[in-house]
Write a protein that binds this ligand. Structure first.
Ligand code: MG
Length: 253
């Protein structure tokens, strides 16, 4: 997909999309409890979205012959991203990644959080806190004139400094009138390298970090990515506009 620079009006529409995504994720965060099924979370997300006149962005999303069947991606424990909602219930001590996108008025918003189910282990708590912070380390580099490598490097160096590994197979992306636009945004890279950030770009930045090795594979369902070594994985994402004054996070309340 082409990279299209967004006008002020475009960004206002993207802000609306982002706000709906944030509202849904906030509600889901409250709904995450032991005993809740992941299908119930999907139902809440879809209902809230449609009530606001928006459309879930992932439902019906195609990759080749495969069609994503739900509104929400729910990824538990060693699942990295793209988990499919099901009758599986959440258990105390799980961590659950919630990745959600909507489209409204021709524009998309996309964000993700990973949340604890009840009380989680110390390692899991560290993974959640450090993955969230790695996203913010990346966001802080978003400024016209910086390069994509500055962003990628900020995430990687923070993640590895926290003793975590960076998933290579999935990356962030531009977002706008399409869910996925140029550029691809790796969560690893060299400072000073890569594409120049320009005012009007909007970046969906989404580090995926593992407690163990970085390798991931996709399960037989064709969607769910899991760590090869079975270690826990976390995922946080925001859609962020590049402005002359620095980053503007669109996927907030
Ligand atoms: Mg995304």
């Amino acid at each position: 997909m082409e990279l299209e620079l967004k006008s002020k009006e475009d960004l206002e529409r993207m802000r609306r999309a982002g706000q709906i995504v944030a509202e849904v994720l906030e509600r889901l965060r409250e709904a995450v409890k032991p005993g809740v099924t992941t299908l119930e979370l999907d139902r809440i997300a879809e209902e809230m979205t449609r009530k606001r006149g928006a459309v879930p962005a992932f439902k019906g999303y195609r990759v080749g012959p495969r069609v994503f069947p739900a509104s929400l991606c729910v990824s538990i424990n060693e699942e990295v991203v793209h988990g499919i909602p099901s009758s599986r219930t959440l258990k105390e001590g799980d961590i659950v990644g919630l990745d959600f996108g909507v489209t409204i008025d021709g524009y998309y918003g996309d964000a993700a959080v990973t949340v604890p189910v009840g009380k989680v282990s110390k390692e899991a708590g560290h993974l959640l806190a450090a993955t969230r912070e790695s996203l913010w380390q990346g966001i802080r580099t978003v400024r016209a004139g910086n390069r994509l490598g500055d962003l990628s490097h900020a995430i990687q160096s923070y993640a590895e400094g926290a003793g975590l590994s960076v998933v290579r197979e999935f990356v962030g992306h531009g977002i706008g009138r399409n869910l996925h636009e140029e550029p691809q945004i790796p969560n690893f890279g060299e400072p000073g390298r890569g594409r120049l950030l320009r005012e009007g770009m909007v970046l969906a930045i989404e580090p995926m970090l593992n407690l163990g090795d970085p390798g991931v594979m996709v399960r037989d369902d064709g969607w769910t990515a899991v760590t090869c070594d079975g270690s826990l994985s976390a995922h946080f994402e925001h859609s962020v506009a590049v402005t002359a004054d620095g980053p503007v996070v669109l996927t907030t309340l």
